[in-house]
Ligand binder design. Structure first.
Ligand SMILES: CC(C)(COP(=O)(O)OP(=O)(O)OC[C@H]1O[C@@H](n2cnc3c(N)ncnc32)[C@H](O)[C@@H]1OP(=O)(O)O)[C@@H](O)C(=O)NCCC(=O)NCCS
Length: 337
């Protein structure tokens, strides 16, 4: 790492979730499941589902972005780059980044691109934005994570092991050059292991068919997510502590120096395992999966936004963001707030 480059800091953070609350009891009307099973295995009590005609992946991201910009004392026209993390884009192409630019009314032809890295998408996107600030290429970067899962889930008993977990929502941060010495994003750490690509996957519509439209019509079940839950769990509980420790080691910190750990909200049991493994008290690890389920690329910025709103992160705190998900991919960011 080149330490002479400038640091970036999170100047604003915000989130948006759809109004529609779907409780575990609501799911029992759609599939053979129970509140007890869902809470015991995942900690989830309810999640949000989008409203067709009102919420889109891009406009939920824009709602979160407006709040982040307001906190930073900036307007959409100040944004110089958009990095949009999602696995559920509005369109197959173009990406949701350009749609967000339109939603925010940004007339200038600023660059916008999508990051497709599922549950670690936001931390990857943050790392990319950080590089643009570090090198001096841009001063104001909007990083967004937004997802609509509910329209793509198999909400019958057949899909219950996956569909009870995921929810919809959006979060965003504004990155700016740090104004305080040694404060801001200290380092980011990105990893992937493609040998596990099919362990958590939505296969279709894949491009590697002679006629993908015909194939999808005949194999519509492959448009639903598949997850090898036990294997995902096994890898997650190893990779989370590893990538958090990597960030702490690089900056000469111990786990007890952490003021707040914001893990991707994959599953409350995974979070509790990580907490134990890192020897952290419950007060130093943020969980809101009980209310939102797993919102993949949106989960870290939603959790960060709530932690800031609730006053659980203050200036000078050492904050770690960490994520693991489909790919497998995993990542962390260590921030002196
Ligand atoms: C998904 C997960 C909760 C499933 O828990 P599990 O203990 O592995 O459960 P299994 O898949 O082995 O299923 C156990 C039983 O519960 C049943 N079951 C699955 N989903 C159910 C549901 N929603 N309600 C009731 N029963 C369910 C299964 O059919 C199975 O029944 P059987 O024993 O009669 O065959 C768990 O594997 C997990 O948390 N994995 C990690 C997932 C994750 O974090 N993903 C995101 C990563 S970013």
């Amino acid at each position: 790492m080149n330490n002479t480059l400038r640091l970036s800091e999170i100047a604003g953070v915000g989130h948006y979730v759809p109004n529609r609350v779907v409780t575990n009891a609501d799911l029992t009307g759609l599939m053979d499941t129970t509140d007890e099973w869902i809470q015991e295995r995942t900690g989830i009590r309810e999640r949000r589902w989008f409203e067709e005609g009102k919420d889109t992946t891009a406009n939920m991201g824009a709602n979160a972005a407006r709040k982040a910009l307001e906190m930073a004392g900036l307007t959409p026209d100040d944004v110089q780059l958009i990095v949009f993390a999602t696995l559920s884009p509005d369109y197959f192409f173009p990406g949701s980044g350009v749609l967000l630019q339109r939603e925010l009314g940004i007339q200038a032809p600023i660059p916008a691109f999508d990051v497709r890295n599922q549950c670690s998408g936001f931390v990857y996107a943050l790392s990319m934005a950080d590089q643009f600030i570090k090198t001096g290429m841009y001063d104001t970067v909007l990083v967004v994570g937004s997802e609509i899962h509910s329209s793509g889930l198999d909400i019958s008993t057949r899909g219950r092991a996956v569909s009870v977990i995921f929810g919809d929502g959006a979060g965003a941060v504004v990155l700016r050059p740090s104004t305080r010495a040694e404060h801001g994003i200290l380092s980011t750490h990105l990893h992937s292991q493609g040998e596990h690509a099919e362990e958590l996957i939505v296969k279709e519509p894949g491009s590697n068919r002679n006629n993908r439209v015909e194939y999808v019509v005949a194999n519509e079940l492959d448009m639903y997510p598949y997850m090898n839950g036990q294997n995902v769990f096994k890898h997650a509980v190893v990779r989370f502590p590893q990538v958090i420790k990597e960030a702490l080691d690089q900056n000469g910190y111990q786990p007890q120096d952490l003021d707040m750990l914001i893990p991707h909200q994959a599953n409350l049991r995974i979070t509790q395992y990580v907490q134990q493994k890192m020897g952290l008290p419950e007060s130093k690890i943020f969980s809101n999966i009980q209310r939102y389920g797993n919102t993949t690329a949106a989960s870290v910025p939603i959790a960060l936004s709530e932690a800031v709103q609730e006053g659980r992160i203050k200036r000078g705190d050492l904050v770690c963001l960490a994520a693991f998900g489909s790919g497998f991919t995993w990542a962390s960011a260590l921030i002196k707030w």
